[in-house]
Design a protein around this ligand. Structure first.
Ligand SMILES: Cc1cc2nc3c(=O)[nH]c(=O)nc-3n(C[C@H](O)[C@H](O)[C@H](O)COP(=O)(O)OP(=O)(O)OC[C@H]3O[C@@H](n4cnc5c(N)ncnc54)[C@H](O)[C@@H]3O)c2cc1C
Length: 408
C-alpha cells in the first residue's frame, strides 16, 4: 500500500470522489480515504434521490467523466416554474417562469439519479492509476509537519501528503479538531425525498411550490418520472416517514397537485433533518475544506452539490497552477488563494438560501406582500432575471476553466 501522496482527500462522497478523479486527471497522486465500504454493483439500488446539476457542474462532469452519463441517464431541465401554493388549492397566480433560452443555453443543466452519478464517479475513480482508494478507512487525526501533513487512520496507519482536503461532509470532525469554527442554525424542518411515476409527461419542466411549511420541488427525470424534495416541519416530516407507501401518497397528493395525473412511488423514500451551517475559514496549514465540509445549505435551490463542485474546480485550478510554478501545494499562500476565490461565493449562497427559506416558509401577510413585490420586480427586469439565472447555472463571476468544460 502506498502511503505517500501529493494530496490526501478525506471523504469519498460525491465531492471528495470528484476532487480525487479531477486531481488525478491533472497528474497528481491522490489518496482517497472513505470511512464507509465502497460497493460496486452493476445495477445500484434506487435510493429515490436525485440531484439537479447546474450547467457548470454538467460541464465539469462531462470533461472529467464520461460524455455519455448525462446524455444516457440525465434529464435536461428546460424550464423552471416557481410559485406559491396551499395544499389542495393549487398554485397562486404570481409565478416566476425561467426558460433556458433566456440565458442563451440549451438547458439549465440536468437532473440525474444519485445511483447513476455515484456509479459513474466510482468507476472512473477505480480505473485511475493515480488514485489510491482506502476504504473503509476513517481518518481520526492529523498532524501538520514543516513539509507535509500526516493523517492517522482508525487502523493505526500513517498517511503522508503535501496537503489534505477535508470533504467529510457536515460532520467536520477534522476541521473542528484543527480549530475551524462553524456557525449553525437548525431550521426545524425536514425534507422527504422520493421518486414518483406520473401519468402525463413533464416536458423537462422543474416546479417549485413554496408552501407555508416549506417548499416542494418536483424535478424531471428521464421518462414519466419526477424526483420530489418535500420540505415540512421536522415533526411532520418524521410522521411522513412512519407511513406506508399508500399512506404517504395520500399525504403527498394534495401538496403535489393533480397536474401530472395519477402518481405512484418508485424506489425508496428518505428523510433529512435540515440545518444551515458554515465556516468562513476555508483553509489552515496544509489543510483545506470543500463541499458540505465548508457549508451545508437548505436544499430549496438544489445547490449544495453544485457549490461543492465549484470548490473542486477552484481547488484543482489553484493546485495545478501552483505545481506548474514549482510552489509547495500545501503552503498557506497557495491554499489561501483557493479560500479567497471561494469565500464570497460560498457566503452568498448560504445567505441567499437562508433568506429565501425565511421569506417563503410562512403565512405572514407582510411577507406575502414582500414576495409579491419581489416577484413583480424580477418579472419586469430582464437584466435581473438573467443575472439570477446565470448565477444559478454556475456561469457568472470568475468561472474556473472546468466549469466551462476546459481542462486547466
Ligand atoms: C434533500 C436534499 C436534496 C438535495 N438536492 C440537491 C440537488 O438537487 N442539487 C445539489 O447540488 N445539491 C443537493 N443537495 C445537497 C447535496 O446532497 C450535498 O451538498 C452533497 O451531497 C455534499 O457532498 P459531500 O461529498 O460534500 O458530503 P457527503 O455526501 O456528506 O460525503 C462526506 C463523506 O465523507 C465521509 N467521511 C466523513 N468523515 C470521514 C473521516 N473522518 N474519514 C473518512 N471518511 C469520512 C462520509 O462517510 C461521506 O461519505 C441536497 C441535499 C438534501 C439534504
Amino acid at each position: 500500500m502506498n502511503t505517500e501522496f501529493d494530496v490526501a482527500v478525506i471523504g469519498g462522497g460525491l465531492v471528495g470522489s470528484t476532487l480525487a478523479a479531477t486531481l488525478a486527471s491533472n497528474g497528481l497522486q491522490v489518496g482517497l480515504c472513505e470511512r464507509m465500504p465502497i460497493t460496486h454493483h452493476p445495477q445500484p439500488a434506487d435510493t429515490g434521490r436525485a440531484f439537479a446539476l447546474s450547467v457548470g457542474s454538467s460541464n465539469l462532469l462531462q470533461a472529467v467523466f464520461s460524455q455519455n452519463v448525462l446524455a444516457g441517464q440525465g434529464q435536461p431541465i428546460n424550464e423552471v416554474k416557481v410559485s406559491e401554493g396551499l395544499p389542495g388549492q393549487g398554485a397562486r397566480p404570481w409565478v416566476l417562469e425561467f426558460k433556458a433560452g433566456d440565458i442563451g443555453c440549451e438547458n439549465f443543466g440536468y437532473m440525474i439519479e444519485e445511483r447513476f452519478l455515484q456509479q459513474e464517479i466510482n468507476s472512473v475513480v477505480s480505473l485511475s492509476a493515480l488514485v489510491q482508494r482506502l476504504a473503509p478507512t476513517q481518518i481520526v487525526r492529523t498532524e501538520v509537519k514543516p513539509a507535509h501533513i500526516s493523517l492517522f487512520t482508525d487502523c493505526g496507519d500513517e498517511l503522508i501528503a503535501r496537503c489534505a482536503i477535508a470533504c467529510d461532509g457536515a460532520s467536520r470532525a477534522l476541521a473542528r479538531a484543527n480549530g475551524f469554527r462553524f456557525h449553525k442554525k437548525d431550521y426545524g424542518q425536514g425534507a422527504v425525498t422520493c421518486t414518483v411515476r406520473h401519468e402525463y409527461p413533464h416536458d423537462g419542466i422543474a416546479h417549485q411550490f413554496f408552501m407555508p411549511s416549506g417548499p416542494i420541488a418536483i424535478l424531471p427525470l428521464p421518462g414519466n418520472l419526477s424526483s420530489v424534495v418535500w420540505t415540512e416541519s421536522l415533526e411532520r416530516a418524521r410522521y411522513l416517514g412512519t407511513l406506508s407507501d399508500a399512506g404517504f401518497l395520500a399525504e403527498l397528493l394534495p401538496a403535489f397537485g393533480g397536474f401530472r395525473g395519477q402518481l405512484e412511488l418508485s424506489g425508496r423514500r428518505q428523510g433529512w433533518p435540515l440545518a444551515m451551517s458554515f465556516s468562513r475559514q476555508l483553509c489552515d496549514q496544509r489543510l483545506a475544506l470543500a463541499g458540505d465540509a465548508v457549508r451545508q445549505i437548505h436544499p430549496l435551490a438544489g445547490q449544495g452539490l453544485n457549490y461543492g463542485l465549484r470548490d473542486v474546480v477552484a481547488l484543482v485550478e489553484v493546485l495545478v497552477e501552483a505545481l506548474r510554478r514549482g510552489e509547495d501545494i500545501g503552503s498557506s499562500d497557495v491554499l489561501e488563494r483557493y479560500a479567497r476565490w471561494r469565500r464570497f461565493d460560498s457566503m452568498t449562497i448560504v445567505t441567499a438560501t437562508d433568506s429565501f427559506n425565511w421569506l417563503y416558509s410562512n403565512n405572514n401577510r407582510l411577507f406575502e406582500l414582500l414576495r409579491l413585490a419581489g416577484t413583480t420586480v424580477i418579472n419586469h427586469s430582464p437584466q435581473l432575471r438573467r443575472a439570477i439565472l446565470r448565477h444559478a447555472a454556475g456561469m457568472s463571476g470568475d468561472i474556473p476553466m472546468l466549469l466551462r468544460g476546459e481542462m486547466p
